[in-house]
Structures are given as structure tokens and as C-alpha cells.
Design a protein around this ligand. Structure first.
Ligand code: NDP
Length: 286
């Protein structure tokens, strides 16, 4: 009789709230497609339980886990080491269990860079980035590491924009300047890439718009949005109407998951399978 293996390799996610997180569906579709006997367990973990959760994942020999709100920063003290960009960004969204050593990586920014790469190469580009929160930090650092020339960080809270600019100039060769977002912002005509990394436009506030002079978004610019639900945000719609090439946030979401998948399994996953599973899970038609 052939020996059988009923033991799955475990991965998962620690977040609070966890209920609306579709990553498990996406990962399990990829595990199935690649014929891996792996599981992804979506866990609701309160901040006070994070240490025990990390220890539990280690004890159960999980191969790794994702961290989402509110654990991306606090998980670091429970890890054994950090990858290069996670160290600069100061936040972790993917943990890899290397023989009992938990290593933190951040795939959000790399996922973003991957999602735009067929549309624009960030090297030597002038970029306007709205936001200075967790997603913006990851995106800005990876764009700078990918060779961006100049980043303008436009944010409501100027201290956070300044902090992000300092971080970029300290750790990368890109130039970065902060802008306090107090009035309607006009995109400089020399800009190659415009990115929304704020939470403006996220479902259910789908009609919320960035305070931008939309006539300053011209057809030579590429416009990307971190918001993935809905994929056709107000920003993406205006940019399309102005003749720009656009990159909706669903690409970033799929790509950051694909990089985590590859960290854990060593396999480059099929992106179409992951995107199809995500669109079905979120009931996104376009
Ligand atoms: P944070 O809470 O860390 O940051 C939110 C950012 O949005 C801050 O810069 C904040 O400005 C700004 N902001 C929020 N509301 C307003 C407003 N009304 N006017 C102006 N600025 C505003 O969140 P994250 O960075 O973690 O996430 C941001 C978005 O990115 C989320 O909507 C999330 O869905 C998306 N995201 C997408 C991913 C993907 O794979 N596609 C991955 C990760 C995140 P201030 O600093 O002044 O408060």
C-alpha cells in the first residue's frame, strides 16, 4: 500500500477584523492550482494575543503567515529577523518560518511595483504619491529602491509626509519632498506617475474623491490606485477620461499575495488563478 500524507502545510493570516479578508480564498485557489497540500487559515487575533499567536504558529510548524491591520508594526518584536525593505518600512505583512526562525518581509510595496511594471518603469521617474500611512510607506520605499528619481509625498498630516520623506532620503538615492494637502492639489506637469495610497474611495465610500484639480492629470501621466474595492475608483475613472494609462489596486493586492506565496512555497504562482479567485470572492466583474 502506498504511504499517504494527511498532514497539510499550514499558513494563514493574523488580523482584527479578519472577517472581510479575502486572502485565504486567493491563496487556497493557488495551492489547489499548484497541487500543494497546503492550507491558509484566516485568524482573528486581538493585539494582546499577537505574541501567543506567533508562538503558536511556530509550535504548529506553520510555514508562515500574513499580518494585517493592526499587527503590521507590532509583530516585529516577536520575530527573529527582517528583510531589507521591511526593515526600512518598519512594517511587516508576511512572515516566513525558516526552520523555527520567524523572518518578516513586506510585500505590499513590491506587489505595487510589480503591478505597474507592464505600464511604467519607475526608474528615473517623477512620482506624486498621495498618503503617508502604512501602504504609502511600503509603496514609496519600493519605488525609491526601484530607482525612482523624485517622490512628492502629498498628505493631510504634514508630519507623516515629512517622516516618510526623511526615511526615503536616509535609505535610498531618491529625492523626496513633502506637501501639506490643505487645498485642491494640482499635479505638476513634469509628473510621470500619480498614485493614491490613501484610503479615500474605499468601499463603501465609493463616491469620495481626492481633492485634486483633475484637469492637471494629463494623458502623458500613468495613474495608479491602491484601492482595490471598487477597482474603478473615481480617480481611475477621471484618469481614464483624461486619456491616461491606469493601474487599479487589484493588481497590487494580487501581486503582494503572489510574492508571499513564493516566499513560502518557492513557486511563482499563476497570477490569473489568483486574480480570478479574488474577483469572484469580492464579486468584482470588471
Ligand atoms: P493608514 O491608515 O495607515 O493610512 C491612511 C492614509 O490615508 C493616511 O495617509 C491618511 O492621511 C490618508 N487619509 C485617510 N482619509 C483621508 C481623507 N479624508 N483626506 C485625506 N487623507 C486621508 O492606511 P493604509 O496605508 O494601511 O491603507 C491605505 C489604503 O490602502 C487602504 O484603503 C487599503 O485598502 C489600501 N491598501 C491596498 C493594498 C493593496 O494591495 N491594493 C494593500 C494595503 C493597503 P493622514 O496621515 O493625514 O491621516
Amino acid at each position: 500500500m502506498m504511504s499517504q500524507n494527511f498532514l497539510s502545510t499550514l499558513t494563514g493570516s493574523f488580523a482584527q477584523p479578519a472577517m472581510e479578508n479575502p486572502t485565504g480564498v486567493v491563496m487556497e485557489a493557488a495551492f489547489k492550482h499548484h497541487q500543494l497540500n497546503w492550507r491558509y487559515i484566516n485568524c482573528e487575533i486581538a493585539p494582546a494575543s499577537l505574541k501567543e499567536a506567533a508562538a503558536g504558529a511556530k509550535a504548529m510548524q506553520w510555514r508562515g503567515f500574513n499580518c494585517s491591520i493592526p499587527h503590521k508594526i507590532n509583530i516585529i518584536e516577536h520575530l527573529d529577523g527582517l528583510g531589507q525593505s521591511a526593515k526600512i518600512i518598519g512594517a511587516v505583512n508576511t512572515v516566513i518560518n525558516n526552520n523555527g526562525k520567524l523572518i518578516g518581509e513586506n510585500t505590499d510595496g513590491r506587489g505595487f511595483v510589480e503591478s505597474i511594471k507592464d505600464t511604467i518603469d519607475p526608474a528615473d521617474k517623477h512620482i506624486v504619491l498621495f498618503g503617508a500611512g502604512g501602504a504609502a510607506r511600503a509603496v514609496a520605499v519600493e519605488l525609491a529602491l526601484a530607482g525612482a528619481k523624485q517622490l512628492t509625498i502629498v498628505n493631510r498630516s504634514i508630519e507623516k509626509a515629512q517622516g516618510l520623506c526623511d526615511l526615503i532620503e536616509q535609505h535610498t538615492s531618491a529625492a523626496a519632498s513633502p506637501v501639506a494637502w490643505e487645498n485642491t492639489y494640482s499635479i505638476p506637469s513634469t509628473t510621470h506617475l500619480v498614485i493614491n495610497a490613501t484610503s479615500i474611495g474605499l468601499y463603501p465610500d465609493v463616491d469620495a474623491t481626492l481633492d485634486i484639480d483633475t484637469t492637471s492629470i494629463t494623458s502623458n501621466m500613468v495613474v495608479a490606485d491602491g484601492i482595490f474595492n471598487p477597482p474603478q475608483t473615481q480617480l481611475i475613472q477621471s484618469a481614464n477620461a483624461n486619456g491616461c494609462k491606469t493601474v487599479p489596486g487589484i493588481g497590487m493586492l494580487v501581486q503582494q499575495g503572489a510574492i508571499a506565496f513564493e516566499y513560502w512555497t518557492g513557486i511563482k504562482p499563476n497570477i490569473e488563478v489568483m486574480e480570478k479567485a479574488l474577483r469572484e470572492a469580492l464579486e468584482i466583474a470588471d
